[in-house]
Design a protein around this ligand. Structure first.
Ligand code: SDX
Length: 429
């Protein structure tokens, strides 16, 4: 903590507020005592200027377009690491030794199956349910199947819950997909790595052998890495708020999945691909850019803009490289959607409106193109985001419940409703 402070003058009161200096990013004015000292609240709907916690996990510099996980830049991790190593880094704070990594991967591998009774749980859903609806329901129900890892005050149970969630989300997401297409569930295989296992559980069928293409598995693994964590975004903040009440980890992650579903957040990858399909051809791009700029139209270009990045989203840059590789491998480099996406990006970035508002492609802009080329329906895009983000949510959850000073999150409000008035009988209304 620093010895710097801010002075706030309210009427004839002068209140001194301590300023904390971070290891990176802007200074923070500590207002925890403001209400007690000044009888006022601060007002910041959307938390555009509010730090809701302190954390050591992920740092984003929006102006520079920089994303660090425990200090390591995302482009280096995407290039040189792999998803389970990034999971270890996010969970434990350091890159693992070879032995630590081998042990961690073995623990995850040995938790990839789900309780057999869950198969029946799935059968209660309609086949045409959105896989995100199934995911929210089944992950929340994990607390009904794994009672021995719900006590957040038990270190061992916290560790097991974290491993179980990282290990089982791909299995549950794949089951949600198989259920939606009327195909049998495919069990995980311990001889496949994390990303290859997920592709196998999604695309193999009992009727024939299915070999996972290593280039697609690598691209899938990279997509997981690019989505792993992202500071205090809406869904992570939801997980933190849920965990502040002492809710079990499965309930907290289900809350995060529910929040991620929105098209302004993780649902943007599905919305973006649907937008590219609606645009259809390059000659219709100006029409959609005009709509996005029209003050009287609340239409927005999906996959553009970000609360924090006012420069390129570094994940979008890596994702674009992956898109090129995957489409070339699949022989669809002239994919019309990619042509529309690239031309849309070019025209939007050349338009003063987007430049002034610092609207750049975000992580969701290219991911949908890769996932569709891999054979996923758009309805599976956000479940894949949720699967990858589970390690970020659970790392932030672990960090928060380990805080000895943890308090339940309970924001106040700017009340603009009716002041006190007496009840009137219906005869006199
Ligand atoms: C993710 O927080 C995270 O880190 C999220 C995420 C993660 O990894 O967890 O990075 C993942 O959610 C990425 C974002 C995916 N969402 C989309 O692609 C949906 C489209 N984007 C917008 O909805 C919007 O950009 C947000 C929600 C992402 C950010 O919204 P903000 O920060 O609240 O910005 P804003 O709505 O105040 O917009 C600022 C201005 C507005 O114009 P004015 O009212 O000032 O005139 O920019 C305009 C907006 O109208 N604007 C857009 C736009 N996004 C913002 N105009 C056209 N198209 C857009 N996409």
């Amino acid at each position: 903590m620093s010895d710097k402070s801010a002075r706030l003058i309210i009427g004839n009161k002068e209140i001194e507020l301590p300023i904390h200096t971070p290891t990176a990013g802007p200074d923070v004015i500590d207002i925890t005592k403001l209400y007690a000292q000044g009888d006022v609240f601060t007002y910041d709907p959307g938390f555009t200027s509010t730090a809701a916690c302190d954390s050591t996990i992920t740092f984003i510099d929006g102006a520079k377009g920089e994303l660090l996980h425990r200090g390591y830049p995302i482009d280096q991790l995407a290039e040189k690491s792999h998803f389970l190593e990034v999971c270890y880094l996010l969970l434990y704070g350091e890159l693992p030794s070879a032995t630590e990594l081998e042990d961690f991967e073995a623990r995850v591998t040995n938790h990839t199956m789900v309780h057999e009774q869950m198969h029946n749980f799935f059968r209660g859903f309609r086949r045409d349910a959105h896989p995100m609806a199934t995911l929210v329901g089944v992950v929340g129900a994990m607390s009904a199947f794994y009672h021995d890892s719900t006590d957040i005050n038990d270190d061992w149970q916290r560790e097991v819950a974290a491993i179980r969630l990282i290990a089982k989300l791909p299995t549950i997401a794949a089951m949600a997909y198989k259920y939606s297409v009327g195909q049998p569930f495919v069990y995980p295989r311990n001889d496949l790595d994390y990303a290859a296992n997920f592709l196998h559980m999604c695309f193999s069928v009992p009727a024939e052998n299915y070999e996972v293409d290593p280039i697609l598995a690598r691209a899938m693994d990279r997509i997981f890495t690019l989505h792993a964590d992202h500071e205090q975004n809406a869904s992570t903040s939801t997980v933190r708020l849920a965990s502040s009440s002492g809710a079990n980890p499965f309930a907290c992650i289900a809350a995060g999945i529910a929040c991620l579903w929105g098209p302004a957040h993780g649902g943007a990858n599905q919305a973006c691909l649907e937008m590219l399909k609606e645009i259809g051809t390059v000659d219709r791009i100006p029409e959609f850019i005009a709509r996005a700029k029209d003050k009287d139209d609340n239409y927005r270009l999906m996959g553009f803009g970000h609360r924090v990045y006012k420069n390129f989203d570094p994940r979008a840059t890596v994702m674009k490289q992956s898109a090129d590789e995957v489409l070339e491998l699949l022989g669809v480099e002239d994919n019309p959607l990619l042509q529309v996406a690239m031309e849309l990006e070019k025209q939007a970035l050349a338009d003063p409106y987007f430049a002034e508002k610092k609207l750049f492609p975000n992580v969701d802009f290219y991911s949908g193109i890769i996932l569709e080329a891999m054979g996923f329906p758009t309805s599976m895009f956000t479940p894949i985001f949720a699967l990858a983000r589970t390690v970020g949510w659970i790392s932030q959850w672990k960090e928060q419940i380990s805080d000895p000073n943890l308090k339940i999150g309970r924001p106040r409000q700017l009340y603009t409703g009716a002041t006190r008035r007496d009840y009137t009988d219906i005869e006199s209304r």
